[in-house]
Ligand binder design. Structure first.
Ligand code: NAI
Ligand code: MG
Length: 339
């Protein structure tokens, strides 16, 4: 079977972790009869320097054709510069559900063993619509957009996911006590959707309390659904519960396309040093394989990855090892060959 996949290596640690993941995907594919036809594109500052476009139209056309993307992180400048490529791609292709499973890797000791949480983040609106303006010097407004359509859509996605995966509980996370209209609407939609899923317990928690609860006792949660900004922040917090940003995968899913990427960013502090952990992007690729219904290939990678963590001989520095990105990828490849 051949799968055309749009590949965006990104910048910072993006190219390093992407190289590692592509090598592992190709080896696993070879062993299970899957071939990847990569359509590789630059995005962001790199693309602008080469082609004068932050998101080259060939890249957009490729995603329209393949409907599947694997993406490394892309740096977004603070202050001026250009709008986030990540946010733009999610809006452009209506990738409304950002799905982030938070689960410990076997063998890896962390402060919280046995975490199994799912974050479902609304991916197209909230404060990330980027509607900001200066009213007068010294006063700016940033507009938060919440619609019934997108709120209902993300709640349905979360409940459908929970039903299929036999998950038991969903909490809608909000600040409707302060943002009575916007978060109030989000909550109203989630509550309405919850009525069609009587087998799933539905609860509502305020975002700041949720952060405390997650740190005190993450086990009380199962699936969390929330608007864009809260989802962004809570994802990084939850990554910390299970060993950091180097581990947690993500999927941006729409009705017509899906782009798979890690939760982490371009990590400029460690870029180009062969020390980044490719696990987060690798697990994102595993999610992609499941989306493509290539479960045998996905299982092959996940099993090898877990073996490397259990053996704990070749881990990267973020998870207390000493191995580099390439050496870690080699260890996963070796574990796959041994399988
Ligand atoms: P970051 O997620 O890049 O890094 C935060 C911390 O985690 C850093 O200390 C970094 O070294 C570490 N880290 C991240 N990924 C790691 C990995 N795979 N292995 C080991 N350590 C890892 O967040 P930061 O520094 O705030 O953002 C950097 C840039 O990335 C910004 O321009 C931001 O806009 C962009 N970004 C892009 C995203 C995307 O493309 N989807 C997502 C998040 C941020
Ligand atoms: Mg983030």
């Amino acid at each position: 079977r051949i799968h055309a996949v749009t590949l965006i290596p990104g910048d910072g640690i993006g190219p390093e972790v992407t190289d590692a993941v592509v090598r592992i995907l190709e080896a696993a594919g070879k062993a299970t009869g899957v071939t990847f036809a990569w359509e590789r594109f630059a995005a962001g500052a790199e693309a602008f320097a080469k082609q004068g476009e932050y998101i080259p139209h060939e890249l957009s056309e490729s995603i329209e054709r393949t409907r599947v993307g694997l993406k490394g992180p892309v740096t977004t400048p603070i202050g001026g510069g250009f709008a986030s490529i990540n946010v733009t791609l999610r809006k452009q292709f209506e990738l409304y559900a950002n799905f982030r499973p938070i689960k410990n890797l076997p063998g890896l000791e962390t402060k919280y063993p046995g975490v199994d949480l799912v974050i479902v983040r609304e991916n197209t609106e909230g404060l990330y619509v980027g509607l900001e303006h200066e009213v007068v010097p010294g006063v700016v407004e940033s507009i938060k957009v919440i619609t019934a359509k997108a709120s209902t859509r993300i709640a349905k996605w979360a409940f459908e996911y929970a039903r299929k995966q036999k998950r038991r509980k969903i909490h809608a996370i909000h600040k409707a006590n302060i943002m009575k209209l916007s978060d109030g609407l989000f909550l109203k939609c989630a509550r309405e959707v919850s009525k069609s899923y009587p087998e799933i317990t539905y609860g509502e928690h305020i975002i700041d309390n949720t952060c405390m609860q997650l740190v005190m006792n993450p086990y009380q949660y199962d699936t969390l659904v929330m608007e864009n900004l809260y989802g962004d922040i809570v994802s990084d917090l939850c990554s910390g519960l299970i060993g950091g940003l180097g581990l947690v995968p993500g999927a941006n899913i729409g009705d017509h396309a899906a782009i798979f990427e890690a939760v982490h960013g371009s990590a400029p502090d460690i870029a180009g040093k062969d020390i980044a952990n490719p696990t987060a992007l690798l697990q994102s690729a595993v999610l992609m394989l499941r989306h493509l219904e290539e479960d045998a290939t996905a299982d092959r990678i996940q099993t090898a990855l877990e073996k490397v963590y259990v053996e704990a001989k070749t881990l990267t520095r973020d998870v207390h090892g000493t191995a580099g990105t390439k050496a870690f990828a080699d260890a996963v490849l070796a574990a796959m060959e041994g399988a």
